[in-house]
Ligand binder design. Structure first.
Ligand code: ATP
Ligand code: MG
Length: 239
């Protein structure tokens, strides 16, 4: 079977900084992968190369076996790659429902759009917030709205950049359950610093360090790995 996503020798440089350094990455159809690593390891930059926000300096990106390197972000989104970025990406003055509508309506009839908006809200458990202005919601609720916005575009691959950041423990547990449910129909790559959260959702984990893949293994092996403890986990209280 063809992998869903593959990068070959992917490099992204900013002047003298090599943010992504010769990354070979493989994601199978239906997989849920966690991506961890210290601040500045290149996780967000890797995501931005995958979505076409950055044009990689070198290397190749294949989605369902087709090269997508250098395509613009609209075309990549249309092929089925969705992202929830680290920076909020919502219209505060619009309601929850309206925000999701904007994402769902592309190429669809109003009736289909309405159904998809309902489904996306139900899937992340925010139907009761439909009419509320996004700007007046609590942080954890806004994160769920952003997740529903991504879902409404019905991507085959979902990239989540630190979705649990700033959430309470209870919200984090709920998010983990939502992500596992989403993974029944879609592949995901989740960047996260919260190792308790990673353990709730992860099977295979990729560890980035200085732009390169340091270790790739199942979650328990990664937590025990001396190199990972040395560059990352040893410095984190949660570990
Ligand atoms: N647009 C940019 N211009 C110049 N340098 C950049 C740019 N974006 C990222 N970098 C640099 O690339 C490196 C990787 O940054 P990146 O944001 O990808 O790390 P990260 O793993 O997402 O970190 P964090 O866990 O803090 O979010 C850092 O050294 C950063 O300063
Ligand atoms: Mg980042």
């Amino acid at each position: 079977m063809k992998p869903l996503l593959e990068t070959r020798n992917l490099v992204m440089r900013f002047g003298g900084v090599t943010a992504v350094n010769e990354v070979d990455f493989l994601l199978e159809e239906g997989e849920l992968r966690c991506l961890i690593g210290p601040n500045g390891a290149g996780k967000s930059t890797f995501f931005k190369c995958l979505t076409g926000q950055y044009i990689p300096t070198a290397g190749e990106i294949l989605f369902r076996g087709k090269p997508i390197t250098g395509l613009n972000s609209h075309d990549i989104a249309r092929l089925g790659v969705g992202i929830k970025t680290q920076v909020p990406n919502v219209f505060n003055g619009l309601s929850v429902q309206e925000n999701i509508w904007v994402s769902a309506r592309r190429g669809r009839t109003p009736r289909m759009t309405a159904r998809i908006v309902e489904e996306a809200m139900a899937r992340v458990g925010i139907a009761d917030l439909a009419a509320r202005a996004v700007g007046e919601l609590a942080h954890g609720q806004r994160q769920l709205v952003e997740l529903a916005i991504v879902l409404a575009a019905e991507p085959a691959l979902i990239l989540l950049d630190e979705p649990a950041a700033g959430m309470t423990h209870e919200e984090t547990e709920r998010l983990a359950a939502i992500i596992r449910e989403i993974n029944r129909t879609q592949a995901l790559i989740v960047v996260e610093h919260d190792m308790q959260f990673v353990r709730m959702i992860a099977r295979k984990v990729t560890v980035f360090h200085q732009g390169a893949v340091l270790v790739e293994d199942d979650v328990e092996a990664v937590m025990r790995d001396a190199r990972v403890r040395d560059v990352y986990l040893g410095k984190r209280v949660a570990a």
